[in-house]
Design a protein around this ligand. Structure first.
Ligand code: CP3
Length: 335
C-alpha cells in the first residue's frame, strides 16, 4: 500500500499524493553546497553522491515519491556519445549524418552507477515513499543529439528529420533499444515507477508525432508492461497530441500547466493524471499558491490524480513556498 503507486495505477482515494519534477536541484541550498565541490557529471556518476542528492528534498518536505538524481542524457555514454553540461547538455559532435548514426553501437552495460544509486536510495526509504526512475523519450533525446544542445527552434534537428527521415528512424530505433535496457535496469535496481520525459514532443504536429514519437514511446512502455513498475509519460506543450498520447501503454500521463486537467481527463480515458501547477506560481504569496493548488486538486477529482508542477521547479523558487504547497496538498481531502 503506497499512496503514490496506488494512485498512478488508477485508484482514487481521498488523499492526493505529491512529488515535484526536478525536486532535487538548484533551489535547495544543500544541493548548491555539494555543487561547489563537484561537477554535475561527478554528481551523477557517483552513486553515493547521487543517492544523497536524491534524498535531500525528502528531508525537507514529506513528499510521496523520490526521483533518482540523474539526467535524461546520462545513458547516452552507453551509445558512445559523450555529453557535457554547461549547465544544459552539450554534444561535442552533433549527429548530423546517416554515417554517424550507423556508427552508434550499444554497449552491454547502460549507466550501472544509476542502478547502484537506486539501490542505495531504495534501502534508505520507508515503504511510504516510492522511488521513481526515469529516462528521456527517444524523440526528445534525438532533438539534443542532432541540435548539439538546447535551442529555441531546434532548426538542425527539424531540418534533419525532414531531409533524412530514414536516418532519423534509425537513430530513434537505437535510442529506443537503449532506453528499454536502461529502464529495465532501473526497475531491477529498485525503481517502483518510471517516468518517460518527452520534453520536446510539443515541437511537432500530430502527424509527425504519430510517425516519429508515438511508436517508439509505445515500444518502450510496452516492453516494461511486466517489469513490475508503474509507467508515467510526460510531454511538455502537448495538448495538441493528447489523442495520440491516449494510445500509449502508460498508467499515468503528466500534464503541463497550459492544459486544463479536466480537458486532459476527457482526452485520456483510463489514465491517471499528474500535474499541473505553473512553476511560476511558487513565486506568488502563500494564499495564492494554496488557492491555485486547491483549484487543481478540485479539477483532478474526476479520477486518479498525482499532484505535481506542470514542469520542473525553477532554481530561484523560495523553499517556504514548496513547503506550503506540500502542506496544502496533503491537507486536502477529495469529496
Ligand atoms: O529531482 C530531479 O528531478 C532531478 C533529476 C533531473 C535532472 N534532469 C537533473 C539536472 C531530471 C529528472 C532531469 C531531466 C531532464 N534533463 C529533462 C526532462 C525534464 C524537463 O525539464 O523537461 C531535460 C529536458 C533535461 C536536459 C537538461 N539537463 C537541461 C535542459 C539542463 C540545464 C538546465 C536545467 O533545467 O537545469 C540539464 C542539467 C541538469 N539536469 C541540472 C540538474 C540538476 C543542472 C545542473 C547544475 O546544477 O548545474
Amino acid at each position: 500500500m503506497n499512496l503514490f503507486l496506488d494512485t498512478v495505477r488508477g485508484s482514487a482515494g481521498r488523499q492526493t499524493p505529491i512529488w515535484i519534477m526536478r525536486q532535487a536541484g538548484r533551489y535547495l541550498p544543500e544541493y548548491r553546497k555539494i555543487k561547489e565541490r563537484a561537477t554535475f557529471l561527478e554528481m551523477t556518476h557517483d552513486p553515493a553522491l547521487a543517492a544523497e542528492i536524491t534524498l535531500q528534498p525528502l528531508r525537507r518536505f514529506p513528499l510521496d515519491a523520490a526521483i533518482i538524481f540523474s539526467d535524461i542524457m546520462t545513458p547516452l555514454e552507453a551509445l558512445g556519445i559523450p555529453v557535457d553540461f554547461t549547465p544544459g547538455p552539450v554534444i561535442r559532435e552533433p549527429l548530423r549524418s546517416r554515417a554517424a548514426i550507423e556508427a552508434l553501437a550499444l554497449r552491454d552495460e547502460v549507466a550501472p552507477f544509476v542502478g547502484e544509486a537506486l539501490r542505495i536510495v531504495r534501502a534508505a526509504l520507508t515503504g511510504e515513499v516510492a522511488l521513481i526512475g526515469f529516462a528521456g523519450a527517444p524523440l526528445t533525446l534525438a532533438a539534443y543529439l542532432v541540435e548539439g544542445g538546447g535551442s529555441k527552434e531546434y532548426e538542425h534537428f527539424r531540418r534533419f528529420l525532414r531531409s533524412e527521415p530514414a536516418a532519423m528512424h534509425l537513430l530513434l530505433e537505437k535510442l529506443t533499444d537503449l532506453t528499454i535496457r536502461y529502464l529495465q535496469m532501473q526497475i531491477a535496481s529498485g525503481a517502483q515507477a518510471v517516468q518517460l520525459f518527452d520534453s520536446w514532443a510539443g515541437l511537432h504536429d500530430l502527424r509527425t508525432y504519430r510517425e516519429y514519437g508515438l511508436p517508439y514511446n509505445a515500444r518502450i512502455l510496452a516492453a516494461l508492461a511486466d517489469a513490475g513498475a508503474a509507467r508515467i509519460y510526460f510531454a511538455l506543450g502537448a495538448a495538441h497530441l493528447l489523442e495520440a498520447v491516449a494510445e500509449l501503454p502508460a498508467d499515468a500521463v503528466g500534464i503541463d500547466w497550459r492544459t486544463d486537467l479536466a480537458a486532459a481527463r476527457a482526452a485520456l480515458p483510463g489514465k491517471a493524471l499528474q500535474g499541473n501547477l505553473d512553476p511560476a506560481l511558487l513565486f506568488a504569496d502563500h494564499s495564492a499558491i494554496a488557492a491555485e493548488a486547491r483549484r487543481i486538486l478540485d479539477q483532478g477529482n474526476g479520477g486518479a490524480h498525482v499532484f505535481n508542477l506542470g514542469h520542473g521547479i525553477w532554481p530561484a523558487t523560495p523553499i517556504d513556498a514548496v513547503a506550503h504547497l506540500v502542506e496544502t496538498v496533503h491537507a486536502y481531502r477529495r469529496p
